[in-house]
Design a protein around this ligand. Structure first.
Ligand SMILES: [Zn+2]
Length: 412
């Protein structure tokens, strides 16, 4: 089996899409062997070389025409990659070994920061052949896509536009998207953000993608794609096997002291003060454990998720899930929040059992006294109160979800 990895061929501003290059390659390669799999692999979402979602692709082909296959792929990349964008640094990898040897490298590219030099060292050690264009940063994603662990996976059906329509507005019948969603959810996910009333299947860049539908089976996403009504030609539809919607990027850490920037973590802690909101609508709070304090953020694009966050209070036990950035302090950009244990009672002045009225303090250390009948009490008492938040897993809405984030429906 020959594995081909391709990455960093597109440009957020000028268009193209590495997945489209994979489709062009697949069409050509079908004449040279049997294409077994096409994968779309998302890598560390906390590293922003580009504004788009850090996607790389890999193709597995059974062939005895290895030289012709390599030539064909190299030609397709050279003819289609956007070399004029300074942020586009294509890379290609060919590998005939067992992809498992690249698995550790995949996890590092998914959860950590790796350099081009490290990718070259691994490629050479494992006998993978690579081709770099410009800085050749794409060899990182290309190598990682080949090594990706897709034991847990989802599928995406991507529909592509005819070349003449690239860059023009996309005209999709939104009603057909709602109908498709009603018929296929929860086997498909993130088609629509119902709370914002927004269709999410179309990108907003000048790329060749018309729309993409994500789901848990290749058959379902293929059928779902056929339900979408468009008033332009769909040039091709390709199904990718992918690590999207699997939470593969998240790593559980045992304590706050272990949280590192640019990783994506799951960590437990206790809320230490009431969340606060800053101009721009970003909401923050802090959690602590015996090793340290960590800031958590629900940024403005997470919309109604912020309303939940604002209901947290000091003492609530939570498990934060998200990507870590380092601004002034380490901050987790929340993707999910598991509310593990809520504070459900608070200390209040005792109630007079005769008058059913709250007693008043008789002064510091003097206990409490009923104003009406004079009944006395020494201690404050615990009283349950309404929280308007539940002990369960909350997620940011689909509109703010990262490609890698597992949709809530998978937890039910
Ligand atoms: Zn009383």
């Amino acid at each position: 089996m020959l594995h081909i990895g391709i990455d960093d061929t597109d440009s957020a501003k000028q268009g193209m899409c590495t997945t489209y290059i994979a489709v062009l390659a697949r069409e050509k390669l079908e004449k040279l062997g049997i294409v077994r799999e096409i994968r779309l692999v998302r890598l560390n979402p906390n590293i922003k070389y580009k504004t788009r979602g850090n996607a790389s692709v890999a193709i597995a082909i059974e062939t005895d025409k290895v030289r012709e296959v390599k030539e064909a792929v190299i030609n397709i990349v050279q003819d289609n990659a956007v070399f004029s964008d300074p942020n586009t640094n294509p890379g290609l990898v060919f590998f005939e070994g067992e992809p498992e040897v690249l698995r550790d490298f995949y996890f590092r590219a998914l959860r950590d920061i790796v350099t081009i030099e490290e990718a070259e060292t691994i490629a050479e050690a494992e006998g993978a052949e690579y081709v770099k264009y410009k800085l050749g940063r794409g060899i990182i994603g290309a190598l990682a896509a080949i090594g990706a662990d897709l034991e847990e996976h989802t599928f995406e059906a991507i529909a592509y536009r005819a070349r003449g329509n690239w860059g023009k507005p996309r005209n999709l019948d939104e009603k057909s998207v709602f109908e498709m969603d009603a018929l296929t959810f929860p086997l498909t996910f993130n088609n629509i953000d119902h709370s914002e009333g927004k269709v999410l299947i179309t990108p907003h860049t000048p790329c060749p993608v018309l729309f993409g539908i994500r789901g848990f089976s290749d058959k379902v996403v293929r059928n779902a794609a056929e339900m979408i009504k468009v008033d332009e030609k769909v040039e091709k539809v390709q199904i990718f096997k992918t690590n999207q919607g699997t939470d593969a990027h998240l790593q559980k850490v045992e304590s706050i002291a272990e949280v590192r920037p640019y990783s994506s973590i799951v960590v437990e802690g206790t809320v230490i003060k009431k969340p606060w909101i800053i101009s721009g609508g970003h909401v923050f709070f802090e959690i602590e454990d015996r090793t340290g304090i960590l800031r958590c953020a629900a940024f403005e694009p997470t919309k109604k998720f912020r309303d939940i966050i604002l209901r947290l209070i000091e003492g609530d036990r939570v498990v934060a899930h998200g990507g870590v950035s380092k601004k002034t302090v380490l901050t987790v950009n929340l993707e999910k929040l598991y509310v593990k244990k809520l504070v459900k009672e608070r200390e209040v002045n005792p109630t007079c059992l005769v008058c059913r009225k709250k007693m008043e303090s008789s002064g510091r250390g003097q206990g409490y006294r009923c104003r009406k009948c004079g009944t006395k009490a020494q201690e404050k008492v615990m009283e349950p109160f309404e929280r308007h938040i539940e002990e369960k897993l909350y997620s940011v809405p689909p509109i703010a979800m990262r490609h890698l984030s597992k949709p809530l429906v998978k937890f039910l």
